[in-house]
Every structure is written in structure tokens, then in C-alpha cells.
Design a protein around this ligand. Sequence first.
Ligand SMILES: Nc1nc2c(ncn2[C@@H]2O[C@H](COP(=O)(O)OP(=O)(O)OP(=O)(O)O)[C@@H](O)[C@H]2O)c(=O)[nH]1
Ligand SMILES: [Mg+2]
Length: 254
Amino acid sequence: MSPTRTDVTIGAADVRPCAVIPTYDNPRTIAAVVECVRRHIRDIIVVDDGSGERGRTAVDQVGAAGDALVVRRDHNGGKGAAVKAGLRRAADLGFTHALQIDADGQHDTDDIPVMLAAARDRPEALVLSSPRYDETAPRGRLVGRKITKFWTDLETGGGIIDDPMCGFRVYPLATATRVHVPSDRMDFDIEIAVRLVWEGVPVINLPTKVRYVPAVAGGISHFRMFRDNVRISWLHTRLCHLAFWRWLTGRWHR
Ligand SMILES: Nc1nc2c(ncn2[C@@H]2O[C@H](COP(=O)(O)OP(=O)(O)OP(=O)(O)O)[C@@H](O)[C@H]2O)c(=O)[nH]1
Ligand SMILES: [Mg+2]
């Protein structure tokens, strides 16, 4: 796969976007997500993060149909590890930007053209989604997001990142593949956003509707309330200390 023209007119000649979709056991939603993304972006990299048999078979079908390039990870390593693998592959293939979207069908792919247009206007920026939830969103997840937003505001100085957790964003690959992000699991989305801000990358926040697909329709969340919240708390402990150190040494934001 090499960069091809997308269905969206990308004005700037040097903006060549692809999509990166990390998936871990999304057998009933992955094909539909790929199909919807393909209406806007032709080049798609699906990173299968060690899915079980049903998830793997669904990803194989997408790959066999030629709808996406499949990157296979033999063992589950976490969303962050999967996205990092996808971003590296995208950069190696010559793409300049990667639209990352989750495979669980929660995101509104109709917003992709607006996100790509924002990346075209400011190729150096990180484009983040700012979710507008409906009644399907679990209360615990909404509260968790408010807490993590409080901490990311503290770590970045505030008013820069609307939502640090949403898995629907456009990465500028040159900086996203260069920045050091140790987190490999659900903490990754937060850490890479904060570290890119520290690198001086501007952030564009765009509103988007998020709908939790019901389990009967194949919606599945792997977010584990206790385990992932402990990870995220440890991440904020690290980032707050680092932010303080950077501030003390005059290197908070580049
Ligand atoms: N949780 C999890 N997701 C993974 C992993 N590897 C890849 N993913 C993918 O990362 C995306 C986000 O996972 P979700 O479980 O929906 O996490 P989330 O969106 O933060 O949580 P919810 O708001 O509850 O949906 C999905 O496309 C997953 O398939 C993994 O090891 N764990
Ligand atoms: Mg999700």
C-alpha cells in the first residue's frame, strides 16, 4: 500500500492521510467501521491486537477483501501498543497523517471530512474529537473523563485539550512517531496528547457525537473500570511530576 488519493479533496499537496484502526475482539463491528471509514479515506491500516478467533476471522475477511492492510500482533499488548504499531507502519508507508478511530462503532465517521480538513489547514496540529454523548454513555465513564480532564488541564496549563481520551483523532505522523510515549494501554491516548502539547504541537478540538453501541448489536468495551483507572491514575502521577519538573527547568512547553 502506498499513499493514494482519498475521497476527500486534500488541498495541501504534502498532506497524505491514512486511517489506523486498532482492534481487539470487535468481530461484529470491525467490518462496518472499515466500510464507513473507506467512504472518506481509501488507505486503512487495521492493527489486530491479538484478537481471539472470531475477532481474527473478521479482520482476515477485511484484509482478504482488500479493504485494509492488516498488521497482526500475535499477543494482546493494549490499545496504545496497537496504535503505536499502526502509526509506525503508516509513517513507513509514506503517509503524513493518520486518522485513528476505534473499532467498536462508537464514532461518527461522517465527521471524518471535517477532521481531515482541519489537518489540511494546519498540518502540524493534533486534531482531537470532543465527544458529545447521548443517553447510551455509561455514567462511570463520564465521571472518569471529567477527572482525567482535570489532570490533563493541570499537566498542560489548561484550555488546550477538550477531551484527552477520545479514540477518534488525526495524528501528524512526524511528531507522533517521534515523541516518547511509554504507555501501552488505555493510558496511551491521554499520554500522547499531553506529550504532543509539551512538544509544542497545536491542538484542534472538534465536536463529535459518540454513541455506545448496545451489546446485542455487537458493541463491546474492553475498558476495565478498576484496572484501567489505576493505570490512568499512575499515568497522571507521572505526568504531573514531569510537568512540574519541566516547569521548574523552563521546558514545560516547547
Ligand atoms: N481495551 C482494549 N482495547 C484495545 C486493545 N487493543 C486494541 N484495542 C482497541 O482500542 C479501541 C478502544 O477500546 P475500547 O474498549 O472501546 O475502549 P474505550 O473506547 O476507551 O472504552 P469505552 O468508552 O468503554 O468504549 C477499540 O477499537 C479496541 O478494539 C486492548 O488491549 N484493550
Ligand atoms: Mg470504545
